[in-house]
Ligand binder design. Sequence first.
Ligand code: ADP
Ligand code: MG
Length: 696
Amino acid sequence: MQNSRMPQPTVTSTAKALTGPQKALRKLGLLRPIDLALHLPLRYEDETRLVQLRDVREGEVAQVEGRVTHAEVKLGGHRQLLVTLDDGTDTCLLRFFTFYPSQQQALAVGNRIRVRGEIRGGFAGLTMMHPVVKPAGGELATALTPVYPTVAGLPQTYLRRAVQAGLARVELADTVPPQYLQDIGLQPAWHLRQALSFLHNPTPDVSLDTLQDKSHPAWQRLKVEELLAQQLSQLQARRARARLRAPVLTGAGAGSLFERLLAALPFQLTAAQRRVVDEISQDIARPVPMHRLLQGDVGAGKTVVAALAAAQCMDAGWQCALMAPTEILATQHFAKLVGWLQPLGVTVAWLTGSQKAKERREMLALITSGQAALVVGTHALIQDKVQFHKLALVIIDEQHRFGVAQRLALRDKLGSQLQEPHLLMMTATPIPRTLAMSYYADLDVSTIDELPPGRTPIVTKVVNDSRRDEVIARISDQLAQGRQIYWVCPLIEESEALDLRNATETHAQLSAALPGVRVGLLHSRMPTAEKKAVMRQFVSGQMGVLVSTTVIEVGVDVPNASLMVIEHAERFGLSQLHQLRGRVGRGAAASACVLLYSTGDMPRLGETARERLKAMAQTSDGFEIARRDLEIRGPGEFMGARQSGDAMLRFADVIEDAVLLDWARRLAPLLLEQHPALAEQHVQRWLGGKAAYLKA
Ligand code: ADP
Ligand code: MG
């Protein structure tokens, strides 16, 4: 039953007294008519035809007309309205758990009605729960009915009208010259307006499959537009950056900090490390801001590369900042960098949120005066109070865990308005190189594709949770040999409470099973001081077993830990498992990783989980795992995770639409040269206010 008193949708951005649905539209970012027009359906419902009950199948959404032959309110248990509908071919039971007297009237025996809902089977015969009810005999829709992604408080009917209003008002003159569209076989007849109108109101004769898998020309047109916008904006960003000035960081001659650090390291750089150090040196020796992603598998040795870049920055008389996503990780970087650089006379400052006020004041003074040439810390680095003296290089570890806003904030920290700092982003979640190159038109990519020598390979085993006792016996073994063990419990984001129970239960179980062994517990809800204390005990070797949620995910370095058990491994992404696994195998001892999976009451699900996990046992190459992760999860999710929320592509898919991506990459510079006004209009339309963000 549709509510005819629903307020008319309006697309305004005035701040005063927004209604619930208006607020919800804002929440979805649907402010301008173009935003609404580009808010495309998730799927469609077919209200263009009626079906007969004898033809319907369980699970399908059907629209049926018939006569009410029975209606009763059943009391006891759940009060519900039960209505029998007969269309002459069969009957269907309609169930309503909430209903108004007016609805009851509409459903009185003898009335002819039209209902639409999902057909369910069951022993009462065909059933529909809460179908949409209208009087019979009304006109049928002429187009498929779109179903849009929405949020609570924003009904489909309201959203549909808002989208149609946006579509009617939006200016949609083509910005892609037709001759280029022909290059990829797109009919010029699919103008942007035609494509959008079609996707919002497809004609009933269209094959739903081509809409679902986005192979329909209307979808192709949209993908092409989106990819072009993404490439154009990155190209613009690259050109804008090329016009900016950055400090020239040279001076690494004999006796420089760079040379002394290199000489003092207890190891030789690998060839891959030398190569990326060179790439970075060349970038920062130019008066243009570097914008480089350094990717390398877990344990590939990115920290020392960062330290060498910092050394060159300091050699040139400038400050360097290194930001890490968690306090534990920042602590480790700090310890490592102090160990390397303090003996060479460098003052390293330290900033985190949990710091005591006095210490913080001292650190801020060191940073502002420039006495501290290197600053290591967490998000605390980008707070307003932090004033750098002469910041020239910003290094961000695990960059995908930071939002764009945070990266922008750090960039704004450079004292002088005329210059920008160089930016080096590091990640251990590699993306396939070709993808990185074509997708991140605005990023230079360096890759460490070789591990330091002498690493013992990690043996990975996939084990059913029913064999938990054997795993615990294995732990005893390792402990007897003086080794340490990580036991990781999953982090279920929706339910921190469940998370905690999992970790605390396991902690109790292991404590009981391993008398005389210190078993620690680490989870995200603990106060920082407590976390630090636990971590300290584990790092110093006093603690044998550390049970934790994924807070140890990145960067923790305890060479004596030789066994990692991951509980509910089926709940992790492969890349994440790979990261976790990288916490062992850092010393000389042979190391192992046990992936415990549980089938619960779904043995079949368990089987696919096991198959997936076997990929982990078969390879230790992070790039290969990233590739399989891509196959399994699909690039949308993969890239989405990397971008941590700043979704870059909504429609196109960088893998599946590689041909279109390639086309967009080639067209972007041409369009900028030959039709700069169209290019600008295109970017504005697609990215609007977000354009500045995406350039970060
Ligand atoms: P990641 O790339 O995962 O951040 P790290 O920088 O933490 O890796 O390095 C992992 C370990 O390898 C550290 O203990 C580091 O000191 C060591 N390491 C780095 N480079 C080399 C090298 N060329 N030879 C031997 N050990 C190295
Ligand atoms: Mg690291």
